[in-house]
Design a protein around this ligand. Structure first.
Ligand code: ADP
Length: 471
């Protein structure tokens, strides 16, 4: 994915999110409004039907109590009160043949309602239908109902008012729906912009980092949103890359600086031998020095490669069950002849609970570096103590010696690559041992700390978690 144009990515996504949001919101509102509309239509229709039934009931009682004359008068009064052309009322016998209008306008509805007469003949007490009446712009709601054993009434009520009301309702609803769609589009766009602002920032920062600004980090807002997790992970990743790049740079500087001296020395020895008028036997001596210097150089290069491998982290470890106490015991046994030679006593205090999951070869290397230093810097008659303690989640190795200690000036630098204390220069070493030990401990998720007072010995403490990987 190209990071050259970060806004294009989010621009497209923002558009899609806006569209989805607007469509879903508008369709949901449309559904709700449709339900509302049909519920209103049904309520209005029901109200009209109830009024028609009420009229039919009144006509029935007028006919029964006061006779046909009064009934016709009541029908006329009802039609007049509804307004001309809004209502028709007709009377018929049970066969439906003699439809008569009490009077009023010509409704031209002679064939109207025949089907409903048949329904009534079939036993129903009343029947509703919605019909178009010729010459009338609006439909009619028509009730056909028996009002006496021999008589049927048919009442037609114009739906003009209802349909006008529904037309107005439809207009209001379509305008509302338009507004909702516009609002959804604006709201969706704002939401999308807000949601993607974090992604845009991560992309912008990644873009700046790709141009070399490795110190740049994404601002974590701390709102606990997914974007914060992305920003934190991104920052962690960039932090790790920055450390690796710094390490690589340091390594290159170190190579340039520290490997130069032995190579210069080798060259100097060879050149002096060649230009000088030396007897043949001196060449053996010179060859010996050159081999020695070359070996030193090879040790340095190999240790530097081991450091790089350890610094790559847990991925490069060959994990197995390792008993740290056992590793320390074996190392002490291995160093025993050296200790005896230097008249230094090795004191071992080892727990039985020292098993961890780790890389045995690398742990052996770290343990030997610590013991090697302790023996190297401890004078005759001194003591080196190796202590292994087991805690629930980690194992601690402490190597203590009664040597000269480390000055306050040197103490902060002992883990630096190629650092060698002034007093150590006469002793063999590369200045890489502690740096490698620290890299190995860190690859296992542990650490190494030093405690020392000049003249009173040194204590190195290495902690190793029971497992370098989270379970
Ligand atoms: P090297 O021992 O090869 O010089 P290290 O990385 O092992 O390199 O140690 C770095 C420096 O730390 C040493 O040169 C020495 O000055 C100091 N140092 C390490 N261990 C001890 C110790 N046990 N006692 C005193 N000084 C120590």
């Amino acid at each position: 994915m190209s990071l050259r144009n970060p806004t294009r990515l989010t621009g497209k996504l923002a558009f899609k999110l806006t569209l989805w949001y607007a469509v879903i919101f508008t369709v949901s509102c449309f559904g709700a409004l449709i339900v509302f509309y049909f519920a209103t239509v049904s309520i209005i229709r029901h109200r009209t039907d109830l009024e028609l039934l009420k009229d039919a009931k009144e006509f029935s009682s007028t006919y029964t109590t006061k006779g046909i004359g009064e009934l016709k008068a009541a029908m006329l009064a009802e039609m007049e009160s509804e307004g001309a052309g809004n209502m028709f009322i007709r009377l018929a016998d049970r066969k439906g043949e003699d439809f008569t209008l009490p009077s009023g306008p010509d409704w031209r509805v002679s064939d109207l309602g025949k089907a409903s007469i048949n329904r009534l003949s079939a036993g129903e007490t009343y029947y509703f239908e919605t019909l178009a009446v010729p010459g009338r712009p609006y439909r009619f709601r028509v009730l056909t109902s028996g009002i006496a054993p021999e008589m049927i009434v048919q009442i037609g009520q114009s739906l003009e008012d209802d349909e006008r009301l529904m037309e107005a309702c439809r207009e209001v609803l379509s305008v509302t729906l338009g507004l909702i769609a516009a609002l959804a589009a604006v709201g969706g766009f704002l939401f999308a912009r807000r949601a993607l602002a974090g992604v845009e920032e991560v992309t912008k920062t990644a873009n700046e980092i790709s141009k070399g600004a490795f110190s740049r980090r994404v601002d974590v807002k701390g709102r606990g949103e997914e974007i914060d997790t992305l920003a934190e992970t991104f920052n962690r990743m960039v932090g790790k890359i920055e450390i690796l790049i710094r390490g690589m740079k340091e390594m290159t500087d170190n190579i340039a600086h520290d490997l130069k001296s032995p190579i210069t020395r080798i060259r100097g020895i060879a050149e002096a031998t060649l230009t000088g008028n030396n007897p043949l036997k001196d060449f053996d001596l010179v060859s010996g020095s050159i081999v020695e210097e070359c070996d030193r150089l090879l040790v340095m290069i190999n240790t530097m490669l081991d450091i790089s491998e350890a610094e790559a982290g847990v991925a490069n470890l060959a994990i197995e069950l390792v008993d740290v106490a056992q590793v320390v015991r074996e190392a002490c046994d291995l160093f025993q002849p050296v200790a005896e030679n230097n008249q230094v006593r090795i004191d071992q205090r080892l727990t039985r609970n020292g098993t961890i999951r780790g890389d045995k070869m690398k742990i052996q290397r770290a343990v030997s570096n610590l013991l090697d230093n302790a023996l190297k810097y401890t004078p005759q008659g001194g003591t080196v103590t190796a202590l292994v303690e087991g805690e629930p989640d980690r194992v601690i190795l402490t190597v203590n010696d009664t040597g000269p200690g480390i000055s306050d000036h040197d103490l902060p630098h002992v883990f630096d690559r190629f650092f060698r204390g002034d007093r150590s220069r006469s002793l063999p070493g590369t200045g890489l041992g502690l740096n490698l030990t620290l890299a190995i401990a860190r690859a296992h998720g542990g650490d190494v700390k030093v405690n020392s007072i000049s003249g009173q010995g040194s204590t190195f403490t290495m902690t190793l978690p029971r497992s370098p990987l989270p379970h």
